[in-house]
Design a protein around this ligand. Structure first.
Ligand SMILES: Cc1cc2nc3c(=O)[nH]c(=O)nc-3n(C[C@H](O)[C@H](O)[C@H](O)COP(=O)(O)O)c2cc1C
Length: 232
C-alpha cells in the first residue's frame, strides 16, 4: 500500500501543508508501516504544459527536466491519493493546475478506481467551489473522493482545530478502508460520472483519430479500460 499526498501551495509550511501533515499523522496512527510520500509542488517547480499534444501520441511528456514524468508515474501507481491545494482566485492554485495539465491525469484516466481525498484551505470565500472542481477532476480521471474537506482559516493561521482533527481522523479511516475495499466503496454517482466522462466523451474523441491518441490508448489498455486489439 502506497499513499501520496500532494501539496499545491508554494508555501511548504502554510495551512495546506499543515492539513497534509495532520492527515499523514492520522494515517500513520492507523498503520505505522504505510508508505506515505508527500510531494511539495512548490519544490518541484513544474514547467507549464506547452500544448503540443505530444503526450496524446506518445503517452509521455516531452519535458523531462523537472521530474514531472516520474511524479505522474508514481501518482498513477499509488493506492490512495490526497490532493490538497489552497484556494486561489476561487479555484486551485496555478501550481496545482499545472499538475493537472502535466500529470496525464484526466485523458489517460490515471486515477482509475483510485480512492482520493480532496482538500483545500481558504481565507474568505469560494473554498467549496475549489473542492467541487477538485472532486470533478478526480471523477473525470476515473477515481473517486472518499472525503472532501474545505477549511476556512485566516492567512498564516493554523487550520488544525479539534473539529478539523476529527474530520481528518475520519477521512484517514475512510481512505484506508477504501484502499482495502478495492473500489467497492465508490458511490453510484461517481461511477456514473466516470462512466459518462470515459465512454461518452473521451473514448469517442480518441477513437476518431486513433493515431493522434496512440499514447492515450496504450495507457487505457494498460489500465484495463480497453482491449489490446484496439492498438492493432
Ligand atoms: C493569489 C492568492 C489568491 C487567493 N484567492 C483566494 C480566494 O479566492 N478565496 C479565499 O478565500 N482565499 C484566497 N486566498 C487565500 C488562501 O486561499 C489561503 O490563505 C490559504 O489558506 C493559503 O494556503 P497556504 O498557507 O497553504 O499557502 C488567496 C491567496 C493567494 C495568495
Amino acid at each position: 500500500m502506497h499513499i501520496i499526498l500532494i501539496n499545491g501551495s508554494p508555501r511548504k509550511n502554510g495551512a495546506t501543508a499543515k492539513l497534509n501533515k495532520a492527515l499523514s499523522k492520522q494515517l500513520l496512527e492507523l498503520n505505522p508501516d504505510i508508505p506515505l510520500e508527500t510531494i511539495e509542488l512548490g519544490e518541484v517547480r513544474p514547467r507549464y504544459c506547452d500544448g503540443c499534444l505530444y503526450c496524446y501520441r506518445k503517452g509521455e511528456c516531452h519535458i523531462k527536466d523537472d521530474g514531472m514524468e516520474e511524479i505522474s508515474r508514481r501518482i498513477a501507481e499509488c493506492d490512495g491519493l490526497v490532493l490538497a491545494s489552497p484556494t486561489y482566485g476561487s479555484s486551485v492554485s496555478g501550481l496545482f493546475k499545472t499538475l493537472i495539465d502535466r500529470g496525464h491525469l484526466l485523458v489517460e484516466q490515471a486515477l482509475h478506481k483510485k480512492p482520493c481525498i480532496v482538500m483545500t484551505t481558504y481565507a474568505n470565500a469560494q473554498g467549496r467551489q475549489t473542492l467541487s472542481f477538485m472532486n470533478k477532476l478526480v471523477m473525470t480521471s476515473g477515481g473517486y473522493s472518499t472525503s472532501k474537506i474545505a477549511i476556512k482559516v485566516p492567512f498564516n493561521g493554523n487550520p488544525i482545530s479539534p473539529q478539523v482533527a476529527q474530520k481528518l481522523s475520519s477521512a484517514a479511516k475512510r481512505l484506508y478502508r477504501s484502499i482495502h475495499n478495492d473500489g467497492k466503496s465508490q458511490s453510484l454517482f461517481s461511477r456514473l460520472f466516470g462512466f459518462v466522462a470515459f465512454h461518452i466523451v473521451l473514448k469517442p474523441m480518441a477513437m476518431k483519430s486513433p493515431k493522434e491518441y496512440r499514447g492515450v490508448l496504450e495507457r487505457w489498455v494498460e489500465r484495463g479500460l480497453m482491449k489490446k486489439e484496439v492498438l492493432s
